[in-house]
Design a protein around this ligand. Sequence first.
Ligand SMILES: *Cc1c(COP(=O)(O)O)cnc(C)c1O
Length: 368
Amino acid sequence: MKASLHRPSKAVVDLSAIAFNIQQVAAHLPDSAEKWAVVKADAYGHGAVAVSRHIEPLVDGFCVSNIDEALELRTAGLTKKILILGISETDAVSLALGNEISLTVASLEWLDLLLARQADLTGLSFHIKIDSGMGRIGFRSGQEAEEAIRRLQAAGALVEGIFTHFATADEADDSKFDRQLARFEAILQQLETVPPLVHASNSATVLWHSQTVMNAVRLGDIIYGLNPSGTVLELPYDIKPALSLHSQLAHVKELEAGADVGYGATYTSASRQFIGTIPLGYADGWTRDMQGFDVLIDGQRCPIVGRVSMDQLTVRLPRSYPLGTPVVLIGQSGAEMITATDVAVQRGTINYEVVCLLSDRVPRVYRE
Ligand SMILES: *Cc1c(COP(=O)(O)O)cnc(C)c1O
């Protein structure tokens, strides 16, 4: 989808906030720990190329979810290491080789498929994924991981790293986290030689289990200025939200009492009132469950009334405002603030989903 540039709706991404957040995290990590920025899913909706270019001097590498995301960065001229966190199709391997992209290996079955296709893996770099309790991808035993390392090395590949991923690092109860950590450490101990990079920390682990930093970390949500726990745990230091979402009033009218608004006529004005229309809707990622939530206009909260449509939504205004009046959907207006986490709470989801779901129709505008 093309971005709709001739519309006032846009996401403003403050690149210096992302740099600030990385520096904040780095100040609380050992200098020796490699910092990898997780820029999958278009940098959580912030724009992978612009974000990665801006932060490349501050990080040791980038993590993405698949080969296309990795190639997008290479095509844009990024030269630092790139690791694909997910499982790649074996026919992506020649692309990985030609573009110096590291792959994750998570099962012997996949490795068999790969070796059947290409017996010589010279020049390819791999990270071994351990499933310490997430139950998604990865080796569940040290013997299998050892076997994978042996076969990769025999085929000429470089085994650069080994990693695991925590399921509950953002929760108040540490018991499952501790069990995963113990399992990962036990597997590391079973290996004849541990690969050079050992990493287990996502944002939540870096924030609330800082003793678990091995020698590299994978930083996602936190670098965008979002609290990975939502509202559960407090951040130990300051971070700045990087993304704000803006639009303008495109239409304003005064309704008489008893007038309906929107599909399904789910809202009826109780009195004479001003209704503003904003050119943003569920096709932009502003989902229908945002009905009843607020937008900010002139430092005031204005409720979204009536159904959110594909391309438009309607709000109740305290008075008439001129066309073009700024509307803030995520961000600050006067003393009022709406965060991605506030939006997530309204939707019963997590801030990750709120920013990732902003569609390509919404232009990303960059500030430094
Ligand atoms: C997405 C992802 C991360 C980053 O997680 P955050 O919670 O955003 O820091 C780290 N590691 C893996 C394996 C991931 O899939």
